[in-house]
Design a protein around this ligand. Sequence first.
Ligand SMILES: [Zn+2]
Length: 73
Amino acid sequence: MAARHRWNRKDAHNATCERCGTHAQKRPSPYGRRWWTEWRLPDGSFVDNYNGGRTPPCPPASAANSSTIKDAR
Ligand SMILES: [Zn+2]
């Protein structure tokens, strides 16, 4: 189960998670009166919910994977 992000708001449209470093930016849709959110993950990749995607988990899967790697042989 994913923990909740701890958003530290910069302004009305920008926030950064204090826990994992994910940056969220709200952006207006060019096609209509709705807003969508783009997340920049700590590993440098981008995720957005323009097509109804969900908020990335905290911490992101990539970070969680690297921290849970057992000594696989
Ligand atoms: Zn987070």
